[in-house]
Design a protein around this ligand. Structure first.
Ligand code: OSB
Ligand code: MG
Length: 377
């Protein structure tokens, strides 16, 4: 069965976060989210989400650049073109078209969901998933005091989260993590994420974290660095996990060759979609590198894609896949994503496609701009 995109609708919605989320490179209070609706000629329709944030403080992309890239370059390459399978979409988007990976991913992933829906299979099954439920972690933003962090980490542990990730930056690091370690005990599954807040000059500071039994330290150095991470990894016992620096399969090969890290956070939006995510997953599996699925404060639409990906076999560590209620008073999908008291989330395997339904009325109320694209010829 072939695959052909007939119409693409872009909508920006604005969803207020329950609590502002602060990382070392910026803060978000209201999440501006780009939702896409893909339709084929037979009227099969699926929703997808572009994870680009408001500001280019994570990678170089932002919601406004992604909107432009989808409209000017991604959509014209795909609308009206026939593909034998969704794995052909990413190569078509990469030809003479540099970067804009989040923009590409939003549409590429939608094409996988469109294909799964047309075939009548769940998205997770279409990707090669093997799990019926996945383990969930939480990502805690930088707090103003160690006590405030301890309170939030304590609540997360009680709720059953299998991994507690703590955002750090110079001045809010060792003291903060130590307070949580002392409060939650030696077995609590803790990790830190610096979002590029350090340089090699801070190696001694980061070595202090070595004594706190962290599962890993995520992206301590520059967003596009591999060489300095390799130098730092030689000085740390704790595994380095790369996030921002892994933008393609080639970057994982470089990481392996250089020794820049021992764990990979896969965010499909960051690497250009599912074809690249699966290739990275497979390469890591062959090299005994554990992977987990990261998050970008997605709505319930984006969550569906991440959960499907996290059902692949080498996603052996809990992902940043919190339930909707961790972020929003009300999500845009039904059923909402929920987590069990044991920190697990079910992979929807009962129906074709992404497994949740978008609440159109709610999306309409939250929409601040909308644009419909069809083939121009
Ligand atoms: O580095 O993983 C990150 C959110 C925005 C930008 C970068 C990151 C994050 C998170 C959020 O950690 C994880 C989540 O979606 O819950
Ligand atoms: Mg990260």
């Amino acid at each position: 069965m072939t695959l052909r995109l007939e119409q693409l609708t872009l909508r920006e919605i604005q969803l207020p976060l329950k609590e502002p989320f602060r990382i070392s490179s910026g803060i978000q209070s209201i999440r501006r989210i780009l939702l896409l609706e893909l339709e084929d000629a037979e009227g099969v329709a699926v929703w997808s989400e572009c994870v680009a944030p408001e500001e280019p403080n994570y990678t170089s992309e932002a919601i406004d650049t992604a909107w432009l890239a989808i409209k000017n370059w991604v959509a014209p390459r795909l609308l009206g073109r026939t593909f034998d399978e969704p794995a052909q979409v990413f190569p078509a988007l990469e030809l003479h078209f540099r970067g804009h990976l989040m923009a590409k991913a939003a549409v590429e992933m939608g094409m996988w969901a469109l294909d799964a829906t047309r075939l009548g299979v769940p998205l997770a099954a279409r990707l090669g998933g093997v799990r019926t439920c996945i383990e969930v972690g939480i990502s805690l933003g930088i707090q103003t005091t160690p006590a405030a962090l301890v309170e939030r980490a304590g609540r997360a542990a009680l709720a059953g989260y299998r991994k507690i990730k703590i955002k750090i930056e110079p001045g809010s690091d060792v003291e903060y993590i130590r307070a949580v370690r002392e409060a939650l005990g030696p077995d609590a599954p803790l990790m830190a994420d610096a979002n590029n807040a350090y340089s090699l000059d801070d190696a001694a500071r980061l070595q202090e974290l070595d004594e706190l039994g962290l599962m890993m330290i995520e992206q301590p150095l520059a967003w596009d660095d591999l060489a300095r991470h390799a130098e730092l990894q030689r000085r740390l016992k704790t595994p380095i996990c790369l996030d921002e620096s892994i933008t393609s399969v080639d970057r994982v090969e470089d990481m392996l060759a250089l020794g820049s890290g021992r764990i990979v956070n896969i965010k499909p939006g960051r690497v250009g979609g599912f074809a690249a995510s699966i290739a990275i997953h497979d390469l890591c599996a062959r090299n005994q590198i554990p992977v987990w699925c990261g998050g970008m404060l997605e709505s319930g639409v984006g969550r569906a894609y991440n959960v499907a990906l996290a059902s692949l076999p080498n996603f052996v560590l809990p992902g940043d896949l919190s339930p909707g209620s961790r972020y929003w008073t009300e999500d845009v999908v039904t059923p909402e994503w929920v987590m069990s008291g044991e920190g697990q989330m079910s992979v929807p395997l009962q129906e074709p496609g992404i497994g949740v339904t978008v609440d159109r009325d709610r999306v309409a109320r939250l929409t601040v701009r909308e644009e419909r694209l069809r083939r121009s010829r």
